[in-house]
Design a protein around this ligand. Structure first.
Ligand code: SF4
Length: 196
């Protein structure tokens, strides 16, 4: 059993190594490869999705496949590439059959890794993708259908909740909403950076 202690997580690289060894929750049993997240460690924007799917589990990288391609297209529309930003997930190991991560799995994984990643990256803006990452920052009574695209300061950081690209991919209305909300990122970021 490998459960990292916070004192050993002294950098993003150390976090990634610990994620690959981690067996702190039941998701470790079903994974091929853990997915710590990757991108620009100095990015002012951090994207937080839900969890790895099949392709991510096979490759060890977040947002590969159709949803990842859609994310790349939206990044391109705001003049960014994947290497400009940092992308990670709430849980770092694939839930079986792509089921939702359980609350205790989310709690264990974020306590170990995500909050530390946020500390090291120190993003100006956190963009949550989907309701599970939104749920880390907003009260449970908040619905993504009501607050998507509306930035809010939470825990000292500005958080912009967006639909998950996988959920929006084949849903015409949600897809257009996500594209519209996504284009707000540069303006929200500019406002955050101008605010002392
Ligand atoms: Fe560890 Fe997170 Fe994977 Fe669970 S999901 S085994 S806490 S890295």
């Amino acid at each position: 059993m490998s459960i990292p202690t916070p004192a050993t997580l002294t950098s993003l690289e150390a976090i990634a190594a610990a994620v690959h060894d981690c067996t702190a929750c039941p998701l470790a049993a079903g994974r091929l490869t853990a997915v710590p997240g990757d991108g620009n460690p100095h990015s002012p924007v951090l994207f937080v999705g839900e969890g790895p799917g099949q392709k991510e589990d096979e490759t060890g990288h977040p947002f590969i496949g159709a949803a990842g391609k859609f994310l790349d297209e939206m990044l391109s529309a705001i003049g960014q590439t994947r290497s400009d930003v940092f992308v990670t997930n709430v849980v770092k190991c694939r839930p079986p059959e792509n089921r939702d991560p359980e609350p205790d799995e989310i709690h264990t994984c974020t306590d170990l890794f995500l909050w530390k990643q946020i500390e090291f990256i120190a993003p100006k803006l956190i963009v949550t993708l989907g309701r599970h990452s939104m749920g880390l920052f907003f009260p449970p009574e908040y619905k993504i259908s009501q607050i998507h695209g509306q930035p809010k300061r939470v825990r000292g950081r500005v958080v912009l909740p967006l639909y998950h690209p996988a959920a929006a991919l084949y849903n015409g209305g949600m897809r257009q909403t996500l594209i519209y909300d996504f284009k707000k990122i540069p303006l929200v970021l500019k406002k955050v950076q101008l605010t002392p």
